[in-house]
Design a binder for this molecule. Structure first.
Ligand code: CO
Length: 174
């Protein structure tokens, strides 16, 4: 089921999400709904709080590069389902990437993050995994894990850029 996205400045986006203890049907439905919602809204990642569920759950699906139909670029089997993630390594090296967020629609800005991270997490059955990656996936995972801690990418903007964003956002809300 496709859910509505919780949009900034909704206070729920500031919640620190709770760890998942039960790897049951409820979790599986949540994960399936998150995938459907992410695809319906043209996202590459989604944290549970973005559909109003304060659990440490996120999905990421980096589109394939191909000439296929657009709808085939993010197949469900390519979805990383990440539960209770912990970042256990952060490289000193940083990279800048243009980020956007379904909860801050229509706004994109370059954000600096660690170029490489190692993440320990559980899958939908509660099994433990480690993922080491670089570039786009590392950025996406850092962005989504921030959501689990109640943080948005706009909080990483410089003071001036943040002010500019707030001004633009207010104008748009009218
Ligand atoms: Co986001």
């Amino acid at each position: 089921m496709v859910h509505d996205i919780v949009v900034y400045p909704d206070k729920r986006l500031k919640l620190v999400s709770e760890e998942v203890a039960a790897f049951d049907e409820t979790l599986h439905t949540l994960l399936d709904d998150m995938y459907e919602t992410m695809i319906a809204k043209n996202g590459v990642g989604l944290a549970a709080i973005q559909i109003g569920v304060a659990k440490r759950v996120l999905v990421v699906n980096v589109p394939l590069e191909s000439d296929e139909e657009e709808s085939d670029l993010q197949p469900k089997e390519n979805t990383l389902e990440i539960i209770n993630p912990v970042i256990t390594y952060r490289s000193d090296e940083k990279i800048k990437f243009q980020e956007g967020c379904l909860s801050v629609p229509g706004f994109y800005e370059d954000i600096e993050r660690h170029a490489m991270v190692t993440i320990e997490y559980q899958d939908r059955h509660g099994e433990y995994f480690t993922i080491e990656d670089d570039a786009f996936l590392a950025v996406a995972l850092q962005h989504e894990i921030d959501h689990l801690d109640g943080k948005l990418f706009i909080e990483k903007l410089s003071y001036i850029k943040r002010k500019k964003f707030e001004k633009e956002w207010k104008k748009r809300e009218k």
